[in-house]
Design a protein around this ligand. Structure first.
Ligand code: HEM
Length: 456
């Protein structure tokens, strides 16, 4: 079995020798400040930094990032988005673009692998996210959402992000593990939370392994050891479970999946990495999207009433549109990144191997040509027709499009329905919110504070 320390030792942000080094060929314009400074601004202040770069340099610009001052070329050009999503995955590697997540998610993580390894992992994970599987998860989400919403205190302001985080964690634990040993779940919750809470500075510091003996880096290693021990114990027990074939949770499906797909089944180390990936990728992202949706509906009483009517009538389309509009206006992940293994032309720009490229989700969602009045929260825009392809891209695209996109929209609709059939939602005057970076996701800085009251 791979131990935590073996795993962490292998994970470095420094690309291996097989990865092309960036050349000195000219790149699109960009700032000349040190790579560490640019990396911190991109990680920490992306909501102001990226639009500023767009205003200064135009619709394509190059940043330099740690380690090794590797270039990242960001586009706000539809032709580039289309080409990147439709590109050859053997040339446009996504896993290397996500290397910053390696220490936490592990080398086998679907988010980190490329080429044949990605194809295999995606094939093995996909059945657990097909529409048929989704139906089974819907009842789990409904039950947990009902319990959560029933526990709220009317008339008292609270941070919806905190409540949504608690709820989506419960949902993903149940969906991934099924009804598992409650004592083990109780130990897992704080470890998953601590892992999600890893600060950008800690992730950036991973390029310097000696730091793992100190402060926050040491703490991450300790949390990882404990988390791994629990996950391996869960995997071992589940492998031996008599009712494995009847279970509908993701772990049980993954344990069986190799058999039917004619593939080598997933090893324990692979399972560990995919489980951590799903727990982390599927939890705070959806919580943030949901809390923004509640916040925006709370600020727009007319839209809130429209959504309540939809909830009463079982009209999922409007609730889904509210969730989609919330993800447009407040993208949770700011950009999609691919690493060029060979030189390529993207959006009309010739780029050398060793460079990362990506569409900026933030900029794409604010384009007035595709989203008139882009600053306005208007779910109707998703009912009036489909957005131009490759402009609404909260879940990325192409062969790497988010595997949980359907799941998180389903979860969003179910939770909004539970909230809105029970309560009126409002935001108190002056309690406006804005985005803040947490780990790699964007969340409402003030936690999207709302007040609920029983419906009149
Ligand atoms: C609102 C919620 C979510 C947002 C905004 C989101 C966003 C994203 C984005 C932008 C990507 C990268 C796509 C690309 O590179 O083209 C991604 C990938 C991924 N997401 Fe999500 N995600 C969400 C929910 C979920 C959920 C619920 C799960 C799992 C239960 C999940 C699991 C994954 C995985 C495993 C990948 C990697 C896919 C691959 O590389 O093949 N995500 N997500």
């Amino acid at each position: 079995m791979t131990t935590t320390d073996d795993r962490l030792a292998k994970m470095s942000l420094r690309p291996s020798d097989a990865v092309p080094r960036p050349t000195t060929e000219p790149l699109p314009p960009g700032p000349r400040t040190p790579a560490l400074f640019q990396s911190l601004r991109l990680m920490r202040f992306r909501h102001t930094f990226v639009p500023k770069m767009r205003r200064t340099y135009g619709d394509v610009f190059a940043l330099k990032l740690v380690p090794e001052s590797r270039p990242l070329v960001l586009f706000d050009r539809l032709s580039a988005t289309k080409e990147i999503f439709g590109s050859d995955p053997e040339v446009f590697h996504a896993g290397k673009g996500n290397a910053v997540l390696g220490p936490i998610m592990g080398e086998h993580s679907l988010l980190l692998v490329d080429g044949a390894q990605h194809k295999r992992a995606r094939k093995l994970l996909m059945p657990a996210f097909r529409p048929r599987a989704m139906e089974g998860y819907r009842s789990v989400v409904t039950q947990l959402a009902e319990d959560e919403v029933g526990s709220w205190t009317p008339g008292r302001e609270f941070r919806s992000l905190e409540r949504m985080n608690g709820l989506t964690l419960e949902v993903i634990l149940q969906v991934v593990f099924g009804v598992a040993d409650e004592a083990r779940l109780a130990r897992l919750r704080p470890l998953v939370n601590a892992t999600v809470d890893v600060k950008p500075i800690v992730l950036l510091g991973w390029g310097y392994p000696f730091l793992q003996r100190f402060g926050p880096w040491k703490k991450v290693v300790e949390v990882q050891r404990e988390l791994d021990a629990l996950l391996y114990a869960e995997i071992a027990e589940r492998r031996a479970a008599a009712d494995l074939h009847e279970r509908t949770d993701v772990l049980s499906q993954l344990l069986l999946v190799g058999e039917s797909e004619g593939e080598q089944p997933l090893s324990d180390a692979e399972l560990r990495d995919q489980l951590v990936t799903l727990l982390l990728a599927g939890h705070e992202t959806t919580a943030s999207g949901l809390s923004w949706a509640l916040y925006e509906l709370g600020r727009h009483p007319d839209l809130m009433r429209r959504a309540q009517q939809a909830a009463d009538e079982g009209d999922d389309d409007y609730l889904e549109a509210a969730m989609k509009e919330s993800l447009r206006l407040h993208p949770i992940i700011p950009m999609v990144v691919r690493f060029l293994m060979k030189p390529a032309t993207v959006g009309g720009v010739r780029l050398p191997a060793g460079v990362s490229v990506g569409p900026s989700i933030l900029l794409s969602h604010q384009d007035p040509e595709h989203f008139p009045e882009p600053e306005r929260f208007r779910p109707e825009r998703f009912l009036e027709g489909h957005p131009t392809p490759n402009t609404w891209i909260p879940f990325g695209g192409g062969v790497r499009r988010c595997i949980g996109a359907g799941f998180s929209l389903m979860e969003g609709v179910v939770v909004l329905r539970e909230v809105l059939t029970a309560y009126d939602v409002r935001v108190l005057p002056g309690h406006d919110d804005g985005p803040r970076v947490r780990n790699i996701t964007s969340v409402p800085d003030q936690g999207a504070r709302i007040v609920v009251s029983p419906r009149a």
